[in-house]
Design a protein around this ligand. Structure first.
Ligand SMILES: N[C@@H](CCC(=O)N[C@@H](CS)C(=O)NCC(=O)O)C(=O)O
Length: 216
């Protein structure tokens, strides 16, 4: 099987990128990865639009099929490579993990998109307001994650690393870029620091050239 990920460093494509690395470790199944430079607008080029008409990463090309959306990609990888333990095997635990991942993808992430690209959701006059309201809402979601981390379980969904944990690293990085002080969320910060020490996670962070601490 030929697997090829289209990704941009530190974005949501970090989630399937780590899943692919888990698969490589568990199965020896290699994957290729192409960096799409979002700042340069490479996602909007006619060439990339042939890969994903929506102009977004991630895309996972599986032989001739092009898969999009983090939740669908992760689910595909989990079903195809069960021994990589991307999602829990128990159906209820798996549903909880997918539920957490879906909330991150359909609620937390789009809120941050309004912080990062407010012009897409506003008139020139309302741009600053859209951004500052989104920052406040985003902080409430960081708080939700902080509360889960305060329970002291090893991972967000319990005993097993799941894609939601990887998304949580991305959210903490994005928070710092938006000048939200990570020390406001001490349990979340400690948990995220611990996650970045997991060799698989560390490998992909280094490959993407990203660090957890972005707050200045
Ligand atoms: N729900 C989508 C979100 C994809 C998304 O928002 N990707 C961002 C990076 S995190 C992107 O490609 N942005 C480029 C742009 O909007 O121009 C998914 O799960 O794939």
């Amino acid at each position: 099987m030929n697997l090829h990920l289209y990704y941009a460093p530190g974005t949501c494509s970090f989630v399937p990128h780590v899943s692919l690395e888990l698969i490589r470790e568990a199965y020896g199944q290699e994957f290729n990865a192409s960096l799409i430079n979002l700042a340069k607008g490479e996602q909007m080029t006619p060439e990339y639009k042939l890969i994903n008409a929506k102009g977004q990463v991630p895309v996972l090309a599986v032989d001739d099929a092009k898969l999009t959306q983090v939740v669908a990609i992760v689910n595909f990888l989990n079903e195809t490579f069960p021994k990589a333990n991307i999602l829990p095997a128990d159906p209820i635990e798996k549903a909880h993990a997918l539920s957490m991942l879906a909330w991150m993808n359909n609620t937390v992430h789009p809120t941050f998109t309004r912080v990062f690209r407010p012009e897409r959701f506003s008139t020139p006059e309302s741009k600053d307001a859209v951004k500052s309201v989104a920052i406040e809402i985003y902080k409430t979601y960081l708080n939700d994650i902080e509360e889960i981390c305060a329970k002291g379980q090893p991972f967000l969904c319990g005993q097993q690393l799941t894609p939601a944990d990887i998304y949580a690293i991305a959210f903490m990085r994005w928070a710092g870029l938006a000048k939200i002080d990570p020390n406001t969320y001490p349990n979340y910060l400690k948990y995220a620091e611990r996650l970045t020490e997991i060799p698989t996670v560390k490998n992909i962070m280094s490959k993407e050239g990203i660090v957890l601490h972005t707050f200045k």
